[in-house]
Design a binder for this molecule. Structure first.
Ligand code: ADP
Ligand code: MG
Length: 510
């Protein structure tokens, strides 16, 4: 049996960013009509590789072949002409344009904008979306669409341009589990029609669900190739990280104490005055982890801002250990033992150009033990860094190196280490492991459970269902600013949570 000519292949593909080798002589083959998963931790080089195969960035060395022919891809237009389509991690749609207008943008359409032409394109999109069950309205303005719908627009756009190779860069990161399953259905239909698909993900469950073949990248190199029948989640994790990792969070049954945080009928408005959190009530007890599940953008961010004092509630009441903190400032809450792991560590948690040691005392750098009488106490800062480096297994060249020099996972360890280094009554962790590799996730999860076991109340916000299911003792689902469901973690199932996240009836409907 001969192997078919790959639909798309590369050999020796190399890309450098300064001293960093983002892709180091990568060989990759996508066979006709297969779903090929490209798996790797954050920063492994997956997007870099695919951007080169889509003409978005130029390789420093190596060769690309389309159906056996060596090609040069100067721009995405070259790739599109060769039947290669890509849906990026961050969509590239114009919000104020309709679906049809977006598809026509940049495509080779004569008399672009003409009414007849537009109608013709819209009809074709309707036909395409019906054929693949993609369900989009060609006349809808993109800014009225959900993230999942926008993603379907990107896929239809590629299909409209006759893509026979489709690259999907982490498409499920923004989807509910049901939407992800629907996408897998679309991918299988496309495969049945001979479309070859590269599916990038770091979610192990998804890999096993859809892959025909799997290629694993680590540190800019291909480190393994396998198939779902030859491996399992643990095997994939080991390949991805380069060592054995535990995927289960080890934790005892929670022994909750008194209420630490209580929210009563809290309403929060965004900058436009629109209520993004509506009449929300919840309580978190000492020694328990309350998980807030939900698709991003359903009010979780604003909820966290209110709980940490960064935003004022428009109505309602917050109490912390019995004290009214509805109008408390972030500083006051910090002093009262509220630790915060913010959603965006780059913008809100770390000063990238400062040393790790300085970042580890940020917020407390001007008070004892790190300063006395306005003078910095270098020994205390260094001692603090030494202790937290060891306790949190921070891997970097040392406390004096900048945060910039750390990997994402180690940066997040710095954030969590600092948050947990004082007396913590309430830990508010928002997407604590987003963009963090599997190995570091293991460590971060252990530390969160340890904080719980030391008696802290933990409010965990995460868009990753696996994280919620693995860590939380109790789970609430937020949808459009409201709690639509509440369940004990032991009774929670993935489908029920997914349904609630999509706005369906909650597991114990409210
Ligand atoms: N435009 C760029 N400039 C500098 N470094 C980059 C750029 N794009 C990616 N990198 C770096 O290249 C490495 C691989 O990144 P990427 O391909 O995005 O990884 P992945 O998609 O697997 O998460 C990372 O260390 C990243 O920081
Ligand atoms: Mg990427």
């Amino acid at each position: 049996m001969t192997t078919p000519t790959p639909a798309l292949a590369c050999t020796g593909l190399t890309k450098r960013y300064g001293a960093l080798v983002a892709n180091d002589a990568v060989d990759f083959e996508l066979l006709p009509g297969e779903i090929h998963v490209l798996l790797g931790e954050n920063g492994a080089g997956k997007s870099t590789l695919m951007n080169m195969l889509y003409g978005m960035s130029a390789p420093d060395a190596g060769e690309i072949r389309r159906e056996g022919w060596t090609v040069t891809l100067g721009t995405p237009t070259d790739a599109i002409a060769l039947g290669i389509g890509m849906v990026h991690q961050h969509f590239m749609l114009v919000p104020v344009f309709t679906v049809t207008e977006n598809v026509m943008l940049g495509a080779e359409v004569t008399r672009a904008g003409g009414v007849l032409e537009r109608r013709k394109v819209a009809d074709e999109l309707r036909a395409l979306s019906a054929r693949y069950g993609l369900e989009i309205d060609p006349d809808a303005r993109v800014d009225t669409l959900s993230v999942g719908q926008q993603q379907r627009v990107e896929i239809v756009k590629a299909l409209y341009r006759k893509a026979r190779v489709l690259i999907l860069d982490e498409p499920t990161a923004v989807l509910t589990p049901q939407e992800a399953d629907a996408l897998f259905g679309v991918m299988r239909d496309l495969r049945a029609e001979g479309v070859s698909i590269v599916f990038i993900t770091h979610k192990l469950r998804e890999v096993l669900a859809v892959a025909d073949r799997i290629t694993v990248m680590r540190g800019g190199r291909i480190v393994g190739a396998t198939t779902p029948s030859e491996t399992d989640e643990a095997g994939l994790a080991t390949l991805m990280v380069g060592r054995d990792v535990s995927l289960r969070v080890e934790k005892r049954v929670a022994a909750p104490g008194p209420d630490v945080l209580v929210l009563e009928n809290v309403c929060v408005e965004d900058h436009r005055g629109i209520e993004v959190v509506q009449d929300l009530s919840l309580r978190v007890r000492a020694g328990e982890i309350l998980g807030i599940a939900g698709v991003q953008g359903n009010g979780q961010t604003e909820l966290v801002e209110v709980v940490t004092g960064l935003r004022r509630a428009a109505r309602g009441r917050l109490t912390l250990l019995g004290d009214d903190v509805t109008r408390a400032t972030p500083g006051h809450l910090l002093d009262a033992g509220v630790a915060h792991v913010p959603e965006d560590r780059h913008r809100h948690a770390l000063i990238m150009g400062w040393s790790i040691a300085d970042n580890l005392v940020l917020g407390r750098h001007d008070r004892p033990p790190f300063a006395r009488f306005g003078l910095r106490r270098f020994a205390a800062v260094a001692e603090n860094a030494r202790r937290l480096f060891a306790a949190f297994d921070i891997r970097g060249s040392g406390p004096e190196a900048t945060c910039q020099s750390l990997s994402g996972g180690n940066q997040q360890k710095v954030v969590l280490a600092r948050a947990l280094s004082g007396t913590v009554r309430l830990l508010v962790a928002n997407q604590p492991t987003r963009g963090v590799d599997v190995g570091a996730i293991e460590q971060l999860h252990r530390e969160i459970v340890a904080a719980r076991d030391a008696g802290a109340a933990v409010l965990l916000v995460s868009a990753e269902l696996d994280e919620i299911l693995g860590l939380a003792d109790r789970i609430v689902v937020m949808y459009r600013g409201r709690v639509v469901s509440e369940v004990d973690a032991g009774a929670a199932t993935r489908p029920a949570l997914g349904l609630a996240m999509a706005g369906g009836v909650g597991a114990q409907g409210v």
